[in-house]
Write a protein that binds this ligand. Structure first.
Ligand code: 13P
Ligand code: SF4
Length: 317
C-alpha cells in the first residue's frame, strides 16, 4: 500500500475540511489510535457517535460498530475505511435464527451484544456491550426470562454475576477471544506470580481465571474481568508493575499510553483480529479523500434497531 510521508497531516486537514470526527476502537493498529480524535471501547464510541457535532463520522473499527453509529445518527454520513472489516462474532447469529429462538420462547426479553448486524438489533429489545452487559440484564425484572446472545462467554459471565438461571445463552463466540485459552493463562499466571490479570469477558479463559482465583493460585483481587475501556481505567489506578492482558493485542498500545510505568504482557500474543487490522493509515486517508466506504442501513431496519441501542445507551448514564 502506498502511504505518503505526510499522511497524518493530510488526514487531519481532510477531517477538518469534511467536518469529520475520527473514532478508533482500542483494537486498531497504533498509528490509527494515535491519529483518531477519540479512542475507546464500543460503548464509549457509540455514545460519542450519538452526540458528535460533526456531520461525518469516520469509524475505524469493524462494520457493526459503524452500523451502530449510523443507526444512532441516520442524518450523518458514516464512513468505514474498509467495508469488508467484519466480525466473526456478529456472524454467529442471523436475524432468522433469532426470530426462531424468540418464537420458541414467547415472553422472553432479548438482549443482544452490540457485536451483531443491524437486522439482529432490529429483533432485539435491548443491546449491551461488554462494559454494561450485567447492568443491562439487571434492569430486566428478575422473574422475566432472558435470551442473551450471541457470545456464550459474555453470557456465562452475566449469569455468574447475577446468579440468575432464567438466562438462556446463544452459543456464538469471537474466534480471537475464544482462542485465548485456560492453559495459556495458567502458564502465564504461574510465570508472573505478581501480575494483575485483565481478562475480557469474551475470552475462553474467563472461567479459568476465576478458577485460578478460587483455587488460590492467584489472589482473587488480582483477577479482573473487564471490557477494553474498563482495562484503560484500571491501568490508570493499578498498583502492580506487571499486568497480563487477555484480549486482542491492539489493546496493549492504549494500556501503555495510560500507564507508561507498567509492563503489559499479552496472555496470547497471536490474538490479533484480522478484521480490526484491515483498517490501515492508507485506507483511512483514501476514506477521507473519496468519502468511502459509506455505511448504509435500511431505514426501516434502522428505525427498529434504534430503540434497542438507545435503551442500552440510557442505562448507567
Ligand atoms: P469492547 O470494546 O466493548 O470491550 O468490545 C470488545 C470487542 O471485541 C469489540 O470487537
Ligand atoms: Fe469481532 Fe472478535 Fe474481531 Fe472483536 S475481536 S471485532 S468480536 S472478531
Amino acid at each position: 500500500e502506498d502511504l505518503p510521508a505526510d499522511w497524518a497531516e493530510r488526514v487531519r486537514a481532510l477531517a477538518e475540511q469534511r467536518d469529520a470526527v475520527i473514532l478508533a476502537h482500542n483494537y486498531q493498529v497504533g498509528a490509527i489510535q494515535d491519529i483518531a480524535h477519540h479512542v475507546g471501547d464500543s460503548l464509549a464510541l457509540s455514545r460519542i457517535a450519538a452526540t458528535a457535532p460533526q456531520q461525518t463520522i469516520v469509524f475505524c473499527g469493524v462494520h457493526f460498530m459503524a452500523e451502530t453509529a449510523k443507526i444512532l445518527s441516520p442524518d450523518k454520513t458514516v464512513l468505514i475505511p474498509d467495508a469488508d472489516a467484519g466480525c466473526s462474532l456478529a456472524d454467529s447469529i442471523t436475524a432468522d435464527q433469532l426470530r426462531e429462538w424468540k418464537a420458541a420462547n414467547p415472553g422472553a426479553v432479548v438482549v443482544s451484544y452490540v457485536n451483531t448486524t443491524a437486522e439482529v438489533k432490529a429483533e432485539t429489545d435491548i443491546c449491551c456491550t461488554s462494559s454494561n452487559a450485567v447492568e443491562v440484564v439487571r434492569s430486566i425484572p428478575a422473574d422475566t426470562p432472558v435470551l442473551f446472545g450471541p457470545d456464550q462467554f459474555l453470557g456465562a459471565h452475566v449469569r455468574r454475576i447475577l446468579g440468575r438461571d432464567n438466562i438462556q445463552v446463544w452459543g456464538g463466540e469471537c474466534h480471537v477471544h475464544a482462542g485465548i485459552n485456560g492453559g495459556q493463562l495458567t502458564a502465564q499466571a504461574t510465570a508472573h506470580p505478581d501480575a494483575d490479570l485483565y481478562i475480557h469477558p469474551e475470552c475462553g479463559c474467563a472461567t479459568s481465571a476465576l478458577y485460578l482465583a478460587t483455587a488460590g493460585a492467584v489472589p482473587a483481587e488480582r483477577v479482573k474481568i473487564l471490557s477494553t475501556g474498563e482495562m484503560v481505567d484500571a491501568a490508570k489506578v493499578g498498583r502492580t508493575k506487571q499486568v497480563l492482558v487477555a484480549t486482542e493485542i491492539g489493546m496493549i498500545h492504549q494500556l501503555r499510553r495510560a500507564a507508561p510505568g507498567v509492563e503489559f504482557l499479552a496472555v496470547n500474543d497471536r490474538a490479533s483480529c484480522k478484521y480490526m487490522k484491515m483498517i490501515t493509515p492508507a485506507k483511512l486517508l483514501r476514506s477521507l479523500e473519496q468519502m468511502r466506504d459509506e455505511v448504509v442501513v435500511d431505514p426501516d431496519i434502522a428505525a427498529r434497531a434504534r430503540g434497542a441501542v438507545e435503551r442500552m445507551i440510557g442505562i448507567g448514564m
